[in-house]
Design a protein around this ligand. Structure first.
Ligand SMILES: Cc1cc2nc3c(=O)[nH]c(=O)nc-3n(C[C@H](O)[C@H](O)[C@H](O)COP(=O)(O)OP(=O)(O)OC[C@H]3O[C@@H](n4cnc5c(N)ncnc54)[C@H](O)[C@@H]3O)c2cc1C
Length: 448
């Protein structure tokens, strides 16, 4: 009999499996897709890397990924504008009339975000679990006494922050939702693709692809995991499927999950955040900027473009659709989405903006094995719900994955840490993350 069955070959599942394997356990990983990596997914159909899921390490300092990707020899590029940040790196900001903000106006806007943010932290500290991020933002903005245009820009900043960090609208997200969201140090992306990480860590593991888990039953002595075709028995199971899949009840648990776990599954939110990459025949935007940003009403629905040419070596922009808009674009055709993005770009750069030579559009919300992009703290829930979801059930059933990591949900490193925690709980003793790379050849980090 297996010691442990891991459900899902994303970064959480692979981390847990590799650590347990390193500790001498017999482990099998059951993955429904025909590939590993889950929400880390690199598309190489065009001959270069396009990361349709995660792209960034959000902050190198104190991040377990930093040492890991370096040990694996993965090539990285500094790209410290991984979301709707106001400053930090050169950004071409356009005002409501598509005029480029000059240095003074840019300085004023970033200073306004800093000032409002300080006030915002105090407002949030005084907020309860039933208050939304929107409530706290409005109280903060009212306290600034700024004129409407100035206020509106910062209001949009808060809106875009929850759309991107949570994949949800500012009214759906709890005031405390982003308390944990601190980025320390530079951010980086991967010219060779992020999936090199899970693919390298998967080496030597028993991973069965095309295995959709439909039911898990448990007793005091172990678990039985049913897939569509086969059943597996083990002492423990670690379930790492995304929160959206758990919410949809795609896996039947017997006996039913206790409230301590079912409650967090119901209360936490699963957000939708999608990416649109456009590859152009030539560049029409500034050479020296990390991002292009449209402020004000003209920034609805598209407001930010990130110059990811550094990854592909081609003239390429990446834009995001999060929250309600992220869900909406999943119902549109590629042609409709591309022409909508082009319409916004042409308002800024003129009608001569060429059509793209290629595009990539993600649809994570309707992907049945994700049913969303990442979890968030919805109004009425708290970060404790993330960790409560990971509390072992009857000593044999464990949950891991980004949604179970209270201090860094919705990230690759949060998912990795959750896999580490599940492995340690099963082993009943600490195990170093350094075990992940033992015996791996760093040159594998450039695997294509
Ligand atoms: C568009 C997008 C952009 C992102 N950007 C970033 C970023 O820049 N930086 C960052 O740190 N994070 C980012 N994230 C978040 C990050 O990708 C995730 O937090 C992380 O990859 C989740 O890993 P996981 O192992 O928890 O889940 P997953 O990677 O989703 O793994 C779970 C696995 O379970 C499988 N599965 C589902 N149902 C079943 C079933 N019934 N039976 C068997 N297997 C099943 C799935 O196929 C999947 O492979 C992004 C996410 C998205 C969607």
């Amino acid at each position: 009999m297996m010691h442990t069955i891991v459900v899902g070959a994303g970064i959480a599942g692979i981390t847990a499996a590799r650590l347990l394997h390193a500790a001498g356990q017999r482990v099998v990983v059951l993955e429904a897709r025909d590939r590993i990596g889950g929400r880390i997914r690199t598309d190489r159909t065009a001959g270069f890397s396009v990361d349709r899921g995660a792209s960034w390490i959000h902050g190198l300092t104190g991040n377990p990924l930093t040492g890991l990707v370096s040990a694996l020899g993965m090539e990285t590029r500094e790209f410290t504008v991984g979301s709707f940040q106001a400053g930090g790196r050169p950004i071409a900001d356009y005002d409501e009339s598509q005029r480029l903000l000059d240095e003074d106006a840019t300085r004023q806007w970033t200073a306004d975000v800093d000032t409002a943010d300080e006030l915002f932290q105090l407002t949030i500290a005084a907020s309860g679990h039933d208050e939304s991020y929107a409530d706290a933002a409005e109280r903060t903005l009212a306290a600034t006494g700024w004129e409407p245009e100035r206020t509106e820009r910062v209001r949009a900043f808060y809106r875009h922050r929850t759309e991107e960090q949570c994949g949800a609208e500012v009214e759906q997200v709890a005031a405390h939702a982003l308390d944990e969201d601190t980025i320390e140090g530079d951010e980086v992306i991967f010219p060779g693709g992020y999936d090199v990480l899970p693919r390298t860590l998967a080496e030597g593991l028993d991973i069965r692809l095309g295995m959709t888990v439909t039911a898990i039953s448990r007793s005091a002595t172990g678990v039985r995991v049913d897939t569509e075709h086969e059943s597996f028995d083990a002492a423990h199971v670690i379930v790492t499927v995304p929160l959206g899949v758990l919410k949809a009840g795609a896996i039947e648990f017997t006996p039913a999950l206790p409230d301590a776990v079912a409650g967090p599954i119901a209360r936490l939110g699963m957000g939708v955040f999608n990416k649109v990459f456009l590859q152009f025949p030539s560049r029409f935007w500034q050479d020296d900027v990390y991002a292009i940003r449209q402020h004000g009403r003209a920034g609805v629905p598209w407001h930010s473009w990130y110059d990811v040419s550094v990854v592909s070596g081609k003239p390429m922009l990446l834009t995001f659709a999060g929250g309600a808009w992220g869900q909406e674009i999943e119902q549109k055709t590629d042609k409709e989405v591309v022409s909508s993005v082009l319409g916004s770009l042409r308002k800024i750069y003129g009608e001569s903006v060429p059509g793209p030579v290629a595009h990539w559009i993600t649809r994570w919300g309707t992907d049945p094995l994700a049913l969303g992009s990442y979890s968030y703290v919805a109004v009425g829930s708290s970060h404790d719900d993330h960790d409560a979801l990971a509390e072992p059930v009857d000593g044999v059933l464990h949950f891991a994955g980004e949604a179970t990591c209270g201090h860094e949900p919705a990230t690759v490193h949060g998912a990795l840490q959750s896999g580490h925690r599940a492995a340690e709980r099963i082993l009943g003793s600490p195990i170093s993350l350094a075990e992940l790379t033992r015996g791996l050849n760093p040159s594998n980090g450039r695997l294509r």
